[in-house]
Design a protein. Structure first.
Lengths: 406, 406
């Protein structure tokens, strides 16, 4: 992320999605809007016809009649790892048995990779996320599971954040699995002191085959003691009680929630825990989708995220996630767009992101179509005509940094 | 489509998918393969190490370690129309009632559009299809529903085929609806004589709210008398008997088939009618998916296609269709890739397409990943690194024709 000094005037939009408003479907639309960015932040937003005069010499980006919306905030990824598991995915699609270590397979390739190789792989994924409109992305460690590699992964994320215009929010996920007896003590006594200064949040994978509720509580409470913002993988593979733990600990988010009940939904809403939903993971695993409508009905704030990881959701595309959420979770286009922007920002406790209002970050996307519905209307197509991060054009006419397709 | 005189040597592939083999999951893989195109056609394909010597000065395309597969054959689109129906889609996602004329809404905007505007819109969609790896595409008329506009739509398709490297197979779909009493007589007596010379196939929409089986039979038999290859929209919204009609008339394809029964599957397989499945339409409508596994189990040949149209599936992306078919129709990656290439070619009765074997068309795609599974493994991402049509590079390093993102 470069220093936020850039100024930019975005004009010629058919509509600007500001995400101002309290309800989960409020997009705060301004028809024929313009956005002025100064010092990397939104300085003014309103109808083009009311643009302030005397702005001086500000570079302009022509939205070409497209819809302008806040840059996507992808609130759940595992961006830093080495290697892929394409063969495992292929076997799953065939219905074949496939002997895999799952997460441990990626742990092995990640430990074996040089830091340089990890940076290169992670940077390619970061640029691909940027090209599809993501300007902020939460990224977890968790494929190290030893002090040295967990630290390296958090350093890799810092390096990639420096080298790209992507805003990266790092999370320590040493509690991705408990690979051996005594690991939780090691995590608390040795890993956290080293890793906490490099992270903003902490996370645990609370599920069958991973951590129990008691173990997750131990891991998160230790992280909280280091000032980390807690979040939790909850109720993905089975219902084990993670959602209520997340509510009890006032986590910033509870993520996955495929098996969340009415009680879970109520508890998350009451505690202000954002429900981060990951439809691409259900899509890849051919499993059930999280009960998005139940969560909304009970008053929970929802966010949509990619879960980008090599085992169960190897995509960086928020437009794809939005389309699947509309189709399979029965969100409206308004709800999905809001969950992918302001919802993600709420999950990251970054109110200055995911909206376009004076003082918020100068991060935005210009669509090829005239309305926010364009993303759901053209599934699988690249409808992101331009991307601006901190006032800098990173994709589209005038882009200084080339995007990559990989 | 330019004259097929081009020569090109594609090297550096991790694997070449030839689609040689009889079973629906046979991909005929050649590891470390190379493809030599001469006169626009595949001249040689085999392991790079066995490349013939003395080839002279042939331009090369480096596959960069990616997988090479035949260009996608999208066997069902409604590519030529004017206007969009984004607001209708948006209302459907919200669950709102929305007064729409459906197909007739697009008929009205299409009739009102100039031929120049129709060419521009259709060409943009054609280029977007090319950029995502489609090198052959079936395209139907059917948004004219009068002699003049149906003729114009088929001319538009011919113009776009001339102006782009996309191979377009035109189908007369005057029987998209029966807009007024006496229309079927008009279609047979006035429209067919004008339109048949401009088309290769004929089609009818056999369903509730559209044509009955008897009306569909009348429309197709008239088309067959003009030498057109028959195909049929069958069993999409309800089970009305279209699949058995398609079998009886030896149609090249029966399309949609959401409500196809065991008997339908058996009849299609026995008659050699290709089942063209359109998962993006089910995705957009949130409706059931066609029983792909049942069709395969009964021995039918399946094809995957986009159904690109402004009402129910506004996408040109075959990679998206492949990913949805793997997730929602439970196809393996092998079955989906074969259905999107050789399957589409079978539906179009063009055995020279959809394979990479000596004599077949020099149409291919280079993926960013090492195996054909890459498309299902990275849903929503642009994994098409290069596209070659008739031996000409149309996307990727050395491309003469720029792709468009819209």
């Amino acid at each position: 992320m470069s220093e936020p000094t850039a100024a930019l005037l975005v004009r010629g939009a058919s509509q600007v999605v500001t995400c101002v408003g309290r309800r989960p479907f409020d997009l705060g639309l301004i028809e024929g809007g313009a956005v002025l960015i100064r010092g990397g932040k939104v300085w003014w937003v309103g109808p083009d016809s009311e643009l302030p005069t005397g702005l001086g010499d500000v570079p302009e980006l022509d939205a070409g009649g497209g819809c302008v919306l806040p840059g996507f905030v992808d609130a759940h990824t595992h961006l830093a790892f080495a290697g892929d598991r394409a063969a495992e995915h292929e076997a799953r699609l065939r219905g074949d048995r496939y002997e895999t270590g799952g997460i441990m397979t990626t742990v092995a390739s990640t430990r074996a990779a040089t830091t340089e190789a990890l940076v290169a792989e992670t940077e390619a994924r970061a640029r691909s996320a940027l090209a599809s409109g993501t300007t902020t992305l939460e990224a977890k460690s968790g494929y190290g599971l030893d002090t040295e590699t967990e630290r390296r992964l958090l350093e890799v994320l810092a390096t990639v954040a420096e080298r790209t215009p992507l805003r990266i929010v790092p999370t320590f996920l040493g509690a991705h699995l408990l690979p051996e007896p005594g690991y939780l003590d090691l995590l608390i006594e040795e890993m956290l002191p080293v890793c906490a200064p490099l992270a903003e949040g902490c996370d645990a994978f609370c599920d069958i085959g991973a951590l129990s509720v008691a173990e997750s509580r131990q891991a998160l409470e230790a992280g909280i003691a280091y000032g980390l913002v807690p979040r939790l993988h909850a109720e993905e593979l089975a219902h084990t009680g993670g959602a209520l733990l997340a509510a009890e600990l006032s986590c910033a988010s509870a993520d996955h929630l495929v098996h969340a009940t009415e009680d879970d939904a109520r508890a998350l809403a009451f505690a202000g825990v954002v429900a981060v939903l990951l439809p691409a993971t259900s899509f890849c695993l051919r499993s059930a989708y999280a009960p998005a409508r139940r969560l909304l009905d009970r008053g929970a704030t929802i966010a949509l995220a990619t879960d980008c990881n090599p085992g169960t959701s190897y995509t960086t595309s928020m437009p794809f996630v939005i389309a699947v959420a509309c189709s399979e979770m029965r969100l409206s286009a308004e709800e999905a767009v809001r969950a992918a922007t302001a919802g993600g920002a709420a999950a990251l406790r970054r109110p200055e992101l995911g909206r376009l209002t004076p003082g918020s970050a100068g991060d935005l996307v210009v669509l090829a179509g005239e309305t926010y519905a364009d993303l759901a209307y053209h599934p699988g197509m690249d409808r992101v005509a331009a991307v601006v991060a901190g006032g800098e054009i990173v994709k589209g006419p005038g882009a200084a940094v080339p995007g990559t397709a990989s």
